[in-house]
Write a protein that binds this ligand. Sequence first.
Ligand code: MN
Length: 317
Amino acid sequence: MRKIALEEHFTTPELAKNYVARPTQSDALFADVERRLADFDELRLEKMDKTGIEMMVLSVTTPGVQGVSDSREAIRLAHSANDFLAREVQKRPDRYAGFAHLAMQDADAAAVELERAVRELGFRGALINGQTNGHYLDEDRYVPFWERVQELDVPVYLHPGNMADHPAMFAHRPELDGPIFAWTADTAAHALRLVFGGTLTRFPQVKIILGHMGETLPFLLWRLDSRREFDLGEELAPEALPSAIIKRNIAITTSGVCDAGALLAAIQALGDDNIMFSVDYPYEDPQVAADFIESAPIGEVARTKVCYGNAERLLHL
Ligand code: MN
């Protein structure tokens, strides 16, 4: 079955030097990742052809400019990464599409750059690598940014990045850092800040995409509702329940979770219109991801939606 994949990463020569996270202790694995992040012509296309991935929506790998402390430098690097990606997409518009890279150090500049990326470069939305210098996207400073997102009608992929500080719960346990668990905890909390902090109530048409089968949120819906009502001591209107906001505003991808049990739970929790296939290339193997989705114990209508239908609808492809 043909497939669109939307958590697929690259880096630019400029960002490669300082702004690529290293989520493995193996030099050999990391060297392979670096090679694949920089490639658009051979390794990537070969894998796509082999696995029926018709299109990859590309994004700058974590942290990118989310890891830059100086605002002006972050704005410059993001602008130049978007131009770089636009040139690659232009060479193969039938195989590649783009998510904008944005310097969230400056919300107004990020709104302007998102608009440029969507209207002038033809990008399909943005992908943001977690917090930026300790700031999360539910803060008041980002209201003008979300206004622009809603107006442009493009999704924002909330992708993991490192935490701003090192909380005690991870002290002396470096095994839990990075994608094993710390990124999941940070990204799930980031998404819940948008739900509980009112951003997604104020901007009901905004679509957030979460990778990694929803960063655990599909498992938490019932408990979020139950404990929120208990916390407030009152019953919430059905549309004000955290689960209702999540189902309305958040879609997820299967990136990096090739697990049938998790997929079935996610479909049950969010519905098959809210789940999209992805790989998380080059950190995951497209063959494993493709075999997983082709053989997952779901109906053919759901498989079609997950493999490409939902992505086409949400990204206006
Ligand atoms: Mn990723």
